[in-house]
Ligand binder design. Structure first.
Ligand code: ADP
Ligand code: MG
Length: 390
């Protein structure tokens, strides 16, 4: 859906729900991570981009003057009431906690909110690995900034949204999703140092290139705490290597310590150390326009996630294999799984002119091999959060 279309839909729905037109409108994008997976909790680098799919948040002053917010989403049409007399607390329905947490963040800053009617609309798929949750938080924060005429510093704003996800939605996420949703810029990726929180916009505006995001539409349940276990293995590797975090280790150091490491822990560390290197290298190669190398780095990232980190799954491997087989002559430059793994999305760097044909080819191949219908999204690196009506 185009942003204009989404804006029109939001205005219409708002008016139906609240019997008045919205006064303020803000948008925040979903995201896809181009490279740098499972590096964030090792103090490493990630290289995401904002996508064209957005969450919109619209508001108007509530007409009856009561000190509460009324909140509604196109995805979850029940009306939610949020009292404003005192600190906002978690509650039901669960989806509203993302919004409650952001409101609480504004309250913590001593910012007084007026009684409001709020409506949320989105074309970021919910739970599809494209970070609808961060886009909801950041759209809400951007809306509250314009409502209260208080502009937050971008880092402070992203951290406020992350805190909402931690404390109100109960999800201990890293900083990537909120940072890219706040700071994304059209025609750029964002190189984010998860240790220092420093960011660098990496230009990527070649009109011949685009990204094809393929949602496998599977989510395998993990037994045995797959995610927590991997974090522990990373910290164990760092201990044996004598470094604070795997960010501080080199592949040479790892090789030298191989005999002292459990073979599984060794492979986990090899992924992380290699992936951090690939991520900073990818940023350099993108700046230089060395697309073939960027593609190779994406495939190397996938292979490492599949073999060393063991977080891929047959469906993700199928998408990447289909893309690899199509290859440069068919318009695919590189492809990898993206996100935590065990399902979710793969991202491919492709020639923009061939994107429709590639979508068909990969969809057909995937359905044939798995019997599952994938969802495909095409996006160029898009803008971060913005105010649409003030
Ligand atoms: P992802 O961020 O990858 O899409 P999450 O599980 O982190 O997946 O977040 C999805 C949850 O965020 C949804 O289940 C819902 O609670 C909330 N959410 C996101 N967008 C919306 C929306 N537009 N309306 C209502 N709830 C939303
Ligand atoms: Mg999320």
């Amino acid at each position: 859906m185009s942003l204009d279309h989404l804006v029109q839909k939001t205005k219409q729905q708002f008016t139906v729900k609240f019997n008045q037109a919205p006064r303020w409108l803000a948008a925040a994008p979903g995201r896809v991570n181009v490279i740098g997976e499972h590096t964030d909790y090792n103090d490493g680098f990630v290289l995401p981009m904002a996508i064209e799919n957005c969450t919109l948040a619209a508001a108007a002053p509530a007409s009856n003057g009561a000190m509460r917010l009324r909140l509604c989403s196109g995805e979850k049409p029940e009306m939610v009431e949020i009292p404003l007399n005192g600190k906002v607390a978690r509650g039901e329905p669960a989806w509203a906690n993302y919004v409650r947490g952001v409101i609480a963040g504004f309250q913590d800053l001593g910012i007084q909110l007026p009684a409001l009617d709020i409506f949320i609309e989105s074309d970021v798929p919910l739970g599809g690995g494209l970070s609808s949750s961060a886009s909801l938080e950041v759209a809400t924060a951007t809306l509250l900034e314009v409502v209260t005429s208080r502009q937050l510093d971008p880092v402070q704003k992203a951290l406020l949204c992350q805190k909402a996800e931690h404390e109100y939605a109960g999800m201990p996420c890293g900083i990537m999703d909120q940072f890219i949703s706040v700071m994304g810029k059209a025609g750029h990726l964002l190189l984010l140092d998860c240790r220092s929180r420093q960011t660098e916009l990496v230009p990527m505006n070649d009109p011949k290139l685009s990204f094809l995001i393929v949602n496998t539409n599977v989510k395998h349940e993990l037994t045995g705490g797959g995610y927590a276990r991997r974090r522990e293995q990373c910290y164990e590797a760092a201990r044996v290597l004598g470094v604070p975090m795997l960010r501080d280790a080199t592949l040479a150091q790892l090789e030298a310590a191989k005999d002292r490491l459990d073979p599984v822990v060794y492979r986990r560390a090899r992924h992380v150390i290699g992936e951090i290197e690939r991520t900073t290298q990818a940023a350099r190669e993108i700046k230089a326009g060395n697309w073939a190398v960027v593609g190779q780095l994406m495939y190397a990232s996938h292979d490492s996630l599949r073999d060393d980190y063991e977080v891929s799954c047959p469906e993700l491997d199928t998408v990447v294999e289909l893309a690899r087989n199509i290859g440069p002559s068919g318009g695919v430059i590189g492809c990898r799984m993206t996100g935590g793994g065990f399902g979710g999305c793969a991202v491919a760097l492709v020639e923009a002119a061939r994107v429709e044909q590639l979508t068909r080819q990969i969809t057909q191949g995937y359905v044939k091999r798995t019997g599952i219908q994938p969802s495909c999204f095409v996006s160029r690196p898009a803008n971060g959060a913005r105010v649409i009506a003030s």
